[in-house]
Design a protein around this ligand. Sequence first.
Ligand SMILES: Cc1cc2nc3c(=O)[nH]c(=O)nc-3n(C[C@H](O)[C@H](O)[C@H](O)COP(=O)(O)OP(=O)(O)OC[C@H]3O[C@@H](n4cnc5c(N)ncnc54)[C@H](O)[C@@H]3O)c2cc1C
Length: 357
Amino acid sequence: MPVTDLRGVKVTKKTRLPISLLFSAISAMRIMSSFSRISRDAYISRFTHEGLREMLYALTSEKTGVLPLFFTMGTLARGDGGFPEGGSLPFVGRIVDTFQSLGGELLLNTRGDRVIVENDKAVGVMVAGKNVPADAVIITADTMSIDHLFDTPPKAPWLEEMHAVTEPTMATFLSLGITADLKKYQKGLVFKLQQPISLAEQRYEYLSVNNYASDPVYSPEGKTAITITLGGDTYDFWKKAKEENRYMDEKQKLAGVVIEALSELIPEIKGHVEVCDVATPLTYERYCSNWKGSWMTEMTPSMKMKTYPATINGLSGVYFAGQRMMPPGGLPVALMTGRMAVQYLCRDTGTLFVSEE
Ligand SMILES: Cc1cc2nc3c(=O)[nH]c(=O)nc-3n(C[C@H](O)[C@H](O)[C@H](O)COP(=O)(O)OP(=O)(O)OC[C@H]3O[C@@H](n4cnc5c(N)ncnc54)[C@H](O)[C@@H]3O)c2cc1C
């Protein structure tokens, strides 16, 4: 994704977009607009190979159509997509190192309770009952659920629009540790199930499996880590299960059904599941305070590609960043909107933004 500078901010090195990018963007827009009008069934029926059709069904959804798949494939084809070597933790560690080497101070396991606003300007943050003074506050928590961070919930037309149009992407995520070496299987597997799996109102006819057998960080010798993502909105189901003290039972039940289905497809799994973890939308909500435990925005055909402004008129010193600021979100968006929020801050305070060389 092209990274651009905010208009009017002073930077040490301006990002310049090649003119060729403009032309390819225009042509991409045209392609996107035509594919957003084609239904998923109509697109997939163009393929004659049954295996390809099944795979495309497994990788797309009725609601979002086929467009998101193009983004994924484009990113992978350009070499921009993949898994960070060694997993997410060292990846985060490198960001933390940079932040700290620049003088940043990191408080872990600490919730910000409230932004302190005086005379329409942010002057600090309440953290665990303590007032931490601040010249400015950048809120990187999910912009869809920020009201609790203010005495008076902020109001802005763009926030209203965000609330009106955002459709959450969510999933139930299963991670299994298998006492078997599954290197002989592909890294990415898609199975059509003989018996579809049901979870709340969702029905899964396919299982998509990530097989980390050949990654020594995830899978020690003789063992294999695999993950399965069951997409779709199951928030209310899990919430009710929690309220009725059925949460752990439902997790176990789901894991049992998935493991049994997988064991038929990969016999080495049967009786060899050493570790099993089920993360639900409630898990993401608990860890990240995300709206409905959602970690991206659904890329529906009618979704507008836009960037919301990082500020609110009449409330100075508060900036917003994170997945919701540029639908459909995701990790690159989280980083880019963070950079953008800092540029807003620099512009407002006449500070020079030090661009990466
Ligand atoms: C299973 C799965 C697969 C994914 N796959 C991809 C992928 O392939 N590619 C991709 O680009 N994206 C992917 N994503 C999405 C991506 O991880 C998210 O979009 C991205 O992490 C969002 O970043 P963020 O910084 O906006 O929010 P988050 O990562 O949710 O971070 C928000 C942070 O704010 C903290 N926080 C919230 N409230 C407070 C508070 N009051 N005080 C202090 N801290 C607070 C939270 O604890 C959290 O650490 C995936 C997500 C999941 C779950």
